[in-house]
Design a protein around this ligand. Sequence first.
Ligand SMILES: Nc1ncnc2c1ncn2[C@@H]1O[C@H](COP(=O)(O)OP(=O)(O)OP(=O)(O)O)[C@@H](O)[C@H]1O
Ligand SMILES: [Mg+2]
Length: 395
Amino acid sequence: MENKGNLYYFSTPIVNCQINGVGTMVRSAQKVALKKNKEHVAETDASAANVVILKPIGYPLTGGLDEYPRVEDTGVFECYARQQWNGYLARMGDYLFDHRMYPDFAYHIVDVEPAESIIGQTTSFIVADDARHGPTFEFTSTITFDDVIGQQMARRKCKLIERYLKEPEIFGQWAPTNVLFFGPAGTGKTMFAKALANKTSVPILPMKATELIGEFVGEGARQIHQLYEHAQEMAPCIIFIDELDAIALDRRFQELRGDVSEIVNALLTEMDGIVEHDGICTIGATNLPDTLDPAVRNRFEEEIEFTLPDETERAAIIVSNLQTFPLPVKDVDTGKLARATDGLSGRDIVEKVLKTALHQAIMDEKDEVTEQYLNDSVARMKITNEPVSVSRMYI
Ligand SMILES: Nc1ncnc2c1ncn2[C@@H]1O[C@H](COP(=O)(O)OP(=O)(O)OP(=O)(O)O)[C@@H](O)[C@H]1O
Ligand SMILES: [Mg+2]
């Protein structure tokens, strides 16, 4: 292998074999391989295989020259990837080049667990289908429970999930597998799921249900199955399906969204755990629990409500966010501001009150943010949101 900066190129030894003395040839081929990649391939005591019986399966990748190769079979692809990249150092941000079916096709290493580790025979590979639809992964969320203000009930109920993600093996068939977060927009549901992943040091696989509604029939269902397949490889982990109501709408409302029944069926199959899902916790999130398809809602063994912040919580959200302002804040009565923002969600406070005030002060070329800017943005928010605030749309 040649290392050109951060780009890796690979070369495979070409070995000619004759039928006679296959064993000798395989052994010498292995020696060549070990020698050529000495600095990357771990020494092994394994003896060479004498005979390998093969059954034609097909290609691990398909696609024309003008399109991205697609993984046809994740198991076969994994084997193919382990073979060609065995022993190579995987570092986030680097590239791996295919040198067999699609010579020089580059794969960007989006993430690797643990950081900077050697690809080996037990390494799992996850290939996002394409940049738009592939699931994204967050191995390490930086959000902590200290960042989430309030939501005491969610904290209490999530203790069990925490325990499960840390020690899935002790739960057996009694695992808390499907949990629903519901409540008004901007109350911290996504934050909370990320904090949970952070606390338990497990990856979180986020998926927006709206993105599953694709152009092609079967596309969304395929993505759901793929998501669970990936999750199984990474377990213990959290699957976080945001905006669940977009696909799992009660049949009474489905005309609004078109036919999403195949996606719902795929989701039901996975949530039922027809295929074993040890160590996976599915968290669904919605603002509209009452519009969910009862079959889907029924699969969630626990429903956790997120509520709008009370006055003390609003004050805490204001204080913690003002501390991160790039300009100094002068003479702000946070208690008064908390009272004035009654009925607003955490997001409303951060995005519509605090951010707007800061931006206005910056536009006015001020070198500090005064209470007047904050009062003005509260007043503006009340006018623009009348008669119904975003948070109050929750039913
Ligand atoms: N409980 C909270 N504590 C601190 N900040 C909060 C809280 N709730 C909301 N926020 C602020 O609002 C932002 C949005 O929160 P989040 O995305 O978690 O809301 P959500 O409940 O998932 O909303 P949606 O239902 O629209 O998906 C956060 O990034 C944070 O700045
Ligand atoms: Mg959210």
